[in-house]
Design a protein around this ligand. Sequence first.
Ligand code: PBG
Ligand code: MG
Length: 329
Amino acid sequence: MIHSRNRRLRVNESIRSLVRENTLTTDDFVMPIFVMEGENKQEPISSMPGIFRRSIDLTVKECKELFSLGVKSVNLYMKVSDHLKDNTGKEAWNKDGLMQNTIKAIKDAVPGMIVMPDVALDPYSIYGHDGIIENGKILNDATNDALARMSVSHAEAGADIVAPSDMMDGRVLAIREALEESGFTDVGILSYAAKYASSFYGPFRSALDSAPKDDMEIPKDKKTYQMDFHNSREALNEVYKDVEEGADIIMIKPGLPYLDIVSKVREAIDVPIAVYNVSGEYAMVKAAAQNGWLDNDKTIIESLTCFKRAGADLIFTYFAKEAAMILNN
Ligand SMILES: NCc1[nH]cc(CCC(=O)O)c1CC(=O)O
Ligand SMILES: [Mg+2]
């Protein structure tokens, strides 16, 4: 006769919720946002149904809505006009640039919103790379100087936390030192510490027109700086270094196919862990849901909860608004 019956704790929703180990709330969400020049403009991103590029005014409106739904952080990406792109990425630290003006506008309208600008050169690079290029190579240290200037200009505009997503070595230290020297001791760094070279970034790159250019003279992919997806121990090596250099929060990216990495890093470190449910993961769920092959709402909540189970504290997800509406109901 069996005495131990695990099904006892599953007989109804009340008992299930009583013994539940992880809970998803809107407190966990960071919403990535795409911004473009202009006024009263909103353009759909075809590979990401339900996601738009918006001008600053409509972005502010969206932020108010997000905040009222309980989403208290946004991660900002700029669609940079072609004529502003070059190899140095200098538009990235223009005091009057699209990013800087967006940060100011959001902090003015929704002061409680945690604003996390993306720090990386790719949207500003004529080559679509996260670094400055010389003789066909991505320069590490020169790129770090640029990222530090960019971060300080974000802090001057009012950013709460800068989020370097480039994967140059030593950039967390370079950014931390520049922020300290400029007096921004309270501006945090969320570092994309273990970021893999992934096919799941496709829809994002088309949203910003930021894919590496097909040119014989430059690397055709990001494999000399982003990590090799065959590796897992290497993620710890990356994370330890960024924490030592002063990262306040570290990020694992992509998300769903990389939950083993999240779990492994969770066991190794005690700083908050962010995970990025990237554009390709969003596109897969949306495509299946639109075909009636998956239940949209249930699949979203299950996927996001799995990030919590794996050990993530914060979730960057394009589902943030939709998931907040589902959870609030
Ligand atoms: N610095 C680039 C950057 N920052 C965030 C993403 C991807 C996000 C997503 O796919 O949702 C990328 C793309 C890339 O590395 O090419
Ligand atoms: Mg690193």
